[in-house]
Design a protein around this ligand. Structure first.
Ligand code: ZN
Length: 302
């Protein structure tokens, strides 16, 4: 009896200390990546970035009103400088909602023309239309002596996909096209597989050593360029495994359950999503790349 009781007590103590660690981790929402450069992630699966300069703050990715309010509070915890810009990575509602919080705080909302056109055509009650629209492949914002480079990646995921680079501290903010330590997102929605691979190769050539990813299953708050390479290799390995099944003559409908990639077994959602990833990539190989659009369709549209 005594043994059982003490076992339970020890168990409860271990559980309590583990919970304390988990809570401590969950409570931490802001990480400093470099002097004045922060990651904000309140445990909802989304991460934003903000950059504090002498002349104000630049924030990236509002996500939704609740997230945006938390992000604004986090900014106001570290500085009393005003937020001057709110930048969007791409069109999708689950990243671009909540901008009004920043407009009310006096910030200008900035998006690529492609993302803007989509937002205008697809309103959402929580989506604030951007104030400033840019077109083409590149824009720099300089504030308080700090530069933030906006790189439009073309077809990849969604519309207006922008990778952000802070050249002085070699930090990148990357949304959706890389999620460290996780297989592809479900049915890989709105990804053009071929252009996604091309985009990842271009990101690998960019000059950065640390990355803040909008989603991550890594145990560390910051990622690196190797996460980009691993994602590109995952897509390649997936394509090769599907091709091998095509060559074996495996029936189309059986391929998603036949493909195994043990190298990625430890990645999050491996069991749940790998068959969905296979469906998506297999259809792309079978039908040809989609979604697709002509190049430069929106260049100079604004
Ligand atoms: Zn997206």
């Amino acid at each position: 009896m005594f043994k059982i009781k003490s076992f339970i007590m020890v168990g409860a103590a271990v559980f309590a200390s583990l919970s304390a660690i988990n809570n401590a981790y969950a409570e931490k929402q802001v990480w400093e990546a470099a002097d004045g450069v922060y990651k904000y992630s309140p445990g909802n699966g989304y991460a934003s970035m903000f950059v504090v300069t002498d002349e104000g703050v630049i924030a990236i990715e509002p996500v939704n009103t609740k997230h945006a309010k938390g992000l604004l509070n986090a900014i106001q915890d570290v500085t009393d400088k005003p937020v001057r810009f709110l930048l969007h990575s791409h069109n999708h509602w689950d990243h671009s909602n909540g901008g009004q919080v920043f407009r009310d705080a006096g910030a200008k909302i900035v998006a690529h023309a492609e993302a803007y056109e989509w937002m205008k055509a697809n309103p959402n009650p929580d989506l604030a239309l951007p104030d400033d629209v840019w077109a083409g492949n590149r824009k720099d914002i300089v504030l308080g002596g700090k530069t933030i480079e906006l790189h439009y990646m073309g077809m990849s995921h969604g519309l207006g996909m922008t990778v952000f680079l802070l050249p002085e501290v070699k930090i990148a903010y990357i949304a959706d096209i890389v999620t460290p330590n996780r297989v592809g997102f479900a049915i890989m929605p709105d990804f053009n597989i071929k252009e996604w691979s091309r985009t990842l190769k271009e990101v690998e050539k960019m000059d950065f050593t640390k990355a803040i990813y909008s989603h991550s299953h890594a145990r560390t708050p910051f990622g690196s360029k190797s996460d980009v390479t691993k994602t590109r290799e995952f897509i390649q390995d997936l394509q090769a495994a599907i091709m091998a099944e095509f060559q074996k003559g495996t029936a189309f409908g059986n391929i998603p359950s036949a493909v195994k990639l043990p190298k990625y077994e430890q990645w999050a959602m491996y069991k749940e999503w790998l068959p969905l990833n296979v469906w998506r990539v297999m259809l792309d190989m079978h039908m040809g790349p989609f979604p697709w659009r002509p190049d430069h369709a929106y260049e100079g549209a604004m």
